[in-house]
Write a protein that binds this ligand. Sequence first.
Ligand code: MSP
Length: 651
Amino acid sequence: MSNFYVTTPIYYVNDLPHVGHIYSTVVCDTMARFHRFRGDDVYFLTGTDEHGQKIQRAAAQQGVTPIQLADRVVERYVELWDQLGMTHDDLIRTSQERHHRAVQEMVRRIDAKGDFYVARHEGWYCSGCEAFYTDKELTEEKHCPVHERPAEWEAEENVFFRLSKYQEALLAWYDQDPSPVQPRSRRNEVRAFVEGGLRDLSVSRTKVDWGVSFPGHEGHTVYVWLDALTNYISALGFGSDDTSLFEKFWRSEEPDDQRIHLIGKDILRFHAVYWPAFLLSAGLPLPTSVVAHGWWLVDEKKMSKSVGNVARPDHLVEEFGADALRLFLLRDMVFGQDASFSDEAFVDRFNSDLANGLGNTLSRLVTLSRRAFDGQTPPVGTEWDGALRQFAEQCAGDYLSAMEESAFHRALEALWRLLGETNQFLVRNEPWKKLKNVEERDQVACVLASGLEAVRIVASALLPVMPSTAPKVLEGLGAPTVGNESSLAWGGLPLGAELPESPSLFPRIDKKKYFAAAEKQAEASSAPPPARKSDPDATRAEDSPQIDISQFAEVDLRVADVKAAECVPKSKKLLRLTLDLDGVERTVVAGIQQQYAPEDLVGGQVVIVANLKPAKLMGIESQGMVLAASVDGAAVALRPEKRVPSGTRVR
Ligand code: MSP
């Protein structure tokens, strides 16, 4: 049994929770439940980030004190986590006394190491990020690259942390095998940033008094990120009289013990650069992993209050339950990449995976078994089907390894593959045609028992993801809920057991009716209408500004032969294509790697914008652009219906 410590980011209290915050917490809760399922000793922490300029300003705008604002928002978080079935062991608030003590202890340790100095500091600050930016990092209009709002020029005398001193140690940390920063693309990103040179970091503020006071520097508060990051150990008792949790979950040196910070990609630098550097300076162990996920996008943009595209899926939870939302979030986002959130995608997933996939398979099997065996599962002594067993064992193995790698979408895919195969197995064996035939009774028993067993394994594996519905599925199969890994082994279905009438757990959502009702309700309450799947490229053609034919004629579209194609190193999206255009070779970089393997393209043709000014993409000069239709953000390349001479114009 190993110790497994998992943390969510602590959430700012200037705004109510939305689907992005829910996602991070659902992922951690699923990891926590999965590790308990595997028999690990788990500690799961979440919390709220309550200090700093951003909160101070939000409170002032609302005419309340920062702590009043925090109390109000924390209440909402507590309710929400309860409603969504989160099993965190603690919820830390940075305004708590225990946290203040830990931050001050951290500051004292770093100070004792000689890693602070005082200097005058000037720079561009974004209070949304609570971070300074260099001129180069800001947009041309001096806007923050994340919040797209003006950064503010700040000048004050600050305490600085010698971050630059830790450059080599950090690089060595990233280079461990496996790297503690996951997925690999994020490790590469952060490594390149650190390799580019680290500047010392300002870690105190004099203009913000809502924070932890900086020991030894009157009038200074601790920079909000040094404060916030320390939550991961203050919640374990660091700096207090009782450090038993800290010793067990942070300081332990056992090779299998894990300390994982799950974060969104927006806060990678803070967790993979600043935090390990602070810990190194304080002489404390580093996390074993920092795992970053992508963003839920609405209308192809990260959700944000200022953009006005924040999705709060309360209505989905109310109507379809927390488990359906949990499944949707884990299944629809390829872990690590961005995904689009919409009610429509949710409804589609519900209908395909729950109503059809799981629900129908379950009720089909239960109904058949009840008919054939007098309201019971097949009788004791029934043989299992070897082929389905083998398939199920393969899927259970794939599920386990994907869960270990935080590839939740793949883990769930493996389970639905098993459901798909179970249905095929039924179609192949047609037990419904043999129910009355005494001679085929053994065969019917084998088919139904094996089918029910496959669904039992799926339901058992779903316990960490759908903690309140999976036990209902098991109950529907006449099987007990065994909350550990042994339940994934083939053969756990009780034979000759009472089988209750098939429960209707996931009634199909009538999409048309759902959207008609939701839109009506939105109209009546003047709330925003429910989100349909969206794609900015798929806006209505009649909304596009018109151009005249001469403007169009300026664009030189040509057909080109694809001579060679390869993935651009370190990029998940880009392919480098070598094209022939009427005897002249060109290199074009195209963002279509997710949809096309190089071998799908070589020997074929594509359409390109041939007179586009060359641009560098990942260091490669691209001489043109491949045309593709954008379907929900996925590229479908345009190719001539039949082969035409390379260089042919497209009009
Ligand atoms: N308070 C800091 C974190 C401090 S951790 C020591 C913070 N808070 S936040 O309220 O802005 O929430 C950040 C986290 O919420 C992100 O890192 C991510 O985990 C999650 N999400 C917020 N918006 C998101 C999306 N649109 N999509 C997915 N998750 C995102 O930053």
